[in-house]
Design a protein around this ligand. Structure first.
Ligand code: SDX
Length: 427
């Protein structure tokens, strides 16, 4: 029996098909609603509204499940590397050795960034936030890669995708090196994707780069954990910008701006700033818990709560464990970690948080590891963007290959009704 939903309005009944996903999720297909019933729906924040059918990532917020193309985040974080996961998200299957090598070599072939781009970077003050720099430089890349704009064939999309995966880490590294007054240089294309990125970030002029496997493995795992998360704010931004057939680079540039917000990816920076403020306050977590619960105080417990997860964010569990391991391996005793754990414990026992099902999310512990890896706080959200890049690309590609229409929501007008013009001298 095909499922259907019936809507009754002003004495008339309307039937709509109900679609069922592979994980038994149901959705009312209201494509014909305005045509048959002259009705639209309203759903601020799209809390109950699906924007698309997607085969990329599955979340179950109640059970704390996250899977990329059917593989659990736990298995991928433990057994895969970031480039494999990028391939999986974008093309739908884990690559064999030959395909992964070809993918990596195609990326290596595009890993130079036009020297003229350095002049654009020079135009920014050192105080510029790296997320603004990155969004601008990603958009500026279009001028130097014009063939990546109007792409509709899979072949042209692949060309644009490998170019962006190759150049994006360079821009991230240059944004950091500019802040530190270091030469804008490259790493070593012969090593792994994440190791090359780490080298670009931290290689000091005139010094040999020494690989620390613990650091590279931790970074690789963090990037995997951030790689995709179905229709979150920044991914929805990438999809809707891409739906106008703006190119991949322009769509990703918009996604970076959306991710910047402290309610979204910017939370990882806000968490560290909050934990440092609590440390400065002598570790007074109770004061911050009270602020978070005070409706008159705009302060929120950063790194807590989630639109979908009403249970533990599975990524937060993995990152919390990794934080203990990485800091121990690096011999770092960071008091901020103890404050974070204390705050988590208090919140999980507090009725306000329990009632609202507010648990630590991906951003709560990630900054503690980034800090241990010598990544400056202002670069935390940039690291989130680097991790999320393959997910954004996969979602943009799926939207374009599915031939989805331009995103253009309706509205309910609540302004002034028709009225006569009033001449200036009569106002
Ligand atoms: C990410 O969507 C994704 O998948 C995002 C992401 C991804 O991978 O792409 O997972 C990454 O963005 C993680 C979230 C990072 N943001 C933060 O940590 C910022 C702090 N958290 C929140 O601001 C909030 O929890 C959101 C934005 C994450 C979710 O907000 P919702 O779903 O719109 O829920 P809401 O704001 O309506 O909150 C429901 C209630 C409210 O209280 P009441 O009005 O019911 O009394 O919970 C309260 C909120 O005030 N609340 C919080 C809180 N989060 C929600 N109160 C204090 N501290 C918080 N952190």
């Amino acid at each position: 029996m095909s499922d259907k939903a019936i809507l009754e309005f002003q004495g008339k009944k309307y039937e709509f098909p109900v679609i069922k996903g592979t994980e038994n999720e149901f959705a009312i297909d209201i494509k014909t609603l305005r045509g048959v019933a002259n009705l639209i729906t309203i759903d601020p924040g799209f809390k109950n509204t699906g924007s698309c059918e997607s085969a990329i990532t599955f979340l179950d917020g109640e059970k704390g499940i996250l899977r990329y193309r059917g593989f659990t985040i736990e298995a991928l974080a433990e057994k895969a590397d970031f480039l494999e996961v990028a391939y999986l998200l974008i093309f739908g299957e884990l690559p064999n050795e030959e395909k992964l090598l070809q993918f990596h070599n195609d990326i290596r072939a595009e890993s130079h960034v036009d020297e003229e781009m350095k002049k654009i970077l020079d135009g920014f003050p050192k105080s510029a936030h790296p997320m603004g720099v990155l969004s601008s430089l990603t958009s500026a890349l279009i001028a130097f890669n014009p063939t990546t704009v109007d792409v509709s064939s899979e072949k042209d999309m692949y060309h644009a995708i490998v170019r962006l995966l190759a150049k994006f880490p360079v821009l991230v590294a240059w944004a950091l090196r500019k802040k530190k007054g270091l030469p804008l240089d490259y790493g070593d294309d012969s090593v792994g994707y994440v190791e090359n990125f780490h080298q670009m970030m931290f290689k000091r002029p005139g010094q040999e780069y020494k690989k620390n496997k613990v650091v590279i493995d931790a970074l690789d795992q963090l990037l995997i954990l951030h790689a995709d998360h179905e229709q979150n704010c920044s991914t929805s931004t990438v999809r809707i910008v891409g739906s106008s057939h703006a190119g991949l680079f322009a769509s990703i540039s918009a996604g970076i701006s959306a991710l910047w917000g402290p309610l979204h990816g910017g939370a990882n920076q806000a968490v560290l700033e909050m934990l440092e403020a609590i440390e400065k306050d002598g570790g007074d977590t109770k004061k911050y818990m009270a602020k978070a619960k005070d409706k008159n105080d705009p302060f929120r417990l950063m790194g807590f709560g989630h639109r979908v997860y009403k249970n533990f964010d599975p990524r937060a569990k993995i990152i919390k464990k990794a934080a203990d391991e990485v800091l121990a391996d690096l011999g770092i005793n960071d008091p901020i970690l103890a404050i974070a754990k204390g705050l988590e414990k208090e919140a999980l026992e507090d009725d306000y948080f329990v009632k609202r099902k507010l648990y630590p999310n991906v951003d709560f512990y990630s900054g503690i590891i980034y800090r241990a890896l010598d990544i400056p706080t202002e670069m935390f959200t940039v690291m989130f963007a680097l991790g999320r890049l393959p997910g954004w690309i996969a979602q943009w590609r799926e939207m374009r290959l599915n031939g989805e229409p331009i995103g253009r929501p309706r509205q309910v007008y609540i302004g002034k009704t028709k009225r006569p013009f009033v001449a200036l001298d009569k106002r």
